[in-house]
Design a protein around this ligand. Structure first.
Ligand SMILES: Nc1ncnc2c1ncn2[C@@H]1O[C@H](COP(=O)(O)OP(=O)(O)OP(=O)(O)O)[C@@H](O)[C@H]1O
Ligand SMILES: [Mg+2]
Length: 278
């Protein structure tokens, strides 16, 4: 299977009170096309940093990454921005990730404008299409982020992330800031979008239930390194490393699991489905 994202020996050193701090230490992994790759590990282990380096949202100290076979390390300026269109990112705090001064319509149109190919009319049509895809009614289009719930803001964040029809989404704790009742709805939306568009996901999450439900492959990070990786069924069920076993023991599964149905279609009566209002 070909890889949609290949991360090759990425290292990131930050200056911490004048001293170098190695947040990510020669991390390599690849996300197979069409798969969900779960990245887990305790807080501060370097998950977000390696994801940001992989898309060159921050500059790695060394190492390279390829999206759909294209080396991001050799690119700059417009080509790099263009390639980033092939990979979107969804952030943990959906409200803070949106510009408070832009309406929902403008938030979603922004990446389309930045990548600048469409006319205003085409953008407007695409925004309507994206609102439908993420289950947000047109009535929300002229509202501002602070007028939406957390779940609705995350739907806007997802609409932005898929606006350029990427093949890969990096989901950095996409549901951890949301109420439990809303988490499953957003996860189901992500599962539906993956199915409809043949997307690949790099999923970063503290919630091992979520990772278990969504991931095909899992890697475990500890202090900037990957200590174990493999099929989700192996790593999360019969881990080889003591660190993984301790991580699993510290986060036991939710009794009965969460109401996540990866194959679900949008409900026929959205207005009865809480967040999904039209
Ligand atoms: N801009 C920065 N400057 C200095 N240190 C940083 C910076 N960004 C991250 N770090 C440090 O790098 C380490 C890894 O951070 P990172 O945010 O990647 O961890 P994480 O695994 O995503 O954690 P969490 O699960 O809490 O989101 C942490 O020790 C963090 O304090
Ligand atoms: Mg993080």
């Amino acid at each position: 299977m070909s890889a949609i994202l290949e991360v090759d020996a990425i290292t990131k050193v930050f200056a911490s009170r004048g001293r170098p701090f190695v947040a990510v230490d020669e991390v390599s992994f690849s996300v197979p096309e069409g798969a969900t790759f779960g990245l887990v590990g305790e807080s501060g282990s370097g998950k977000s940093t390696v994801a940001r380096c992989a898309l060159r949202l921050i500059e790695p100290t060394s190492g390279t990454s390829r999206v759909a076979g294209e080396d991001l390390g050799r690119m700059s300026g417009r080509r790099l921005r263009g390639l980033r269109g092939a990979a979107g990112m969804v952030f943990q705090n959906p409200v803070a990730a949106l510009n408070p001064r832009l309406t929902v319509r403008d938030c979603i149109a922004e990446p389309l404008r930045t990548h600048g190919r469409a006319t205003a009319q085409e953008r407007s049509r695409r925004v309507d299409e994206l609102l439908d895809e993420v289950g947000l009614g047109r009535v929300h289009a002229d509202r501002f982020p602070h007028q939406l719930s957390g779940g609705q803001c995350q739907r806007v964040g997802i609409a932005r992330a898929i606006a350029m029809r990427p093949r890969l989404l990096i989901l950095d704790e996409p549901t951890s800031a949301l109420d439990v009742s809303v988490q499953a709805q957003v996860l189901n939306l992500l599962a539906d979008l993956k199915h409809e568009h043949g997307l690949s996901y790099l999923l970063i999450s503290h919630d091992l239930d979520v990772v278990r439900h969504m991931s095909d492959v899992v890697a475990v990070m500890q202090r900037g390194r990957i200590v174990e990786s493999g099929p989700a069924t192996q790593v999360l069920v019969a881990p080889r490393e003591e660190y993984t076993a301790r991580l699993l023991a510290s986060m036991p599964p939710t009794p009965g699991g969460r109401a996540i149905d990866p194959g679900s279609a949008p409900p026929p009566h959205p207005s009865t489905n809480g967040e999904r209002t039209r």
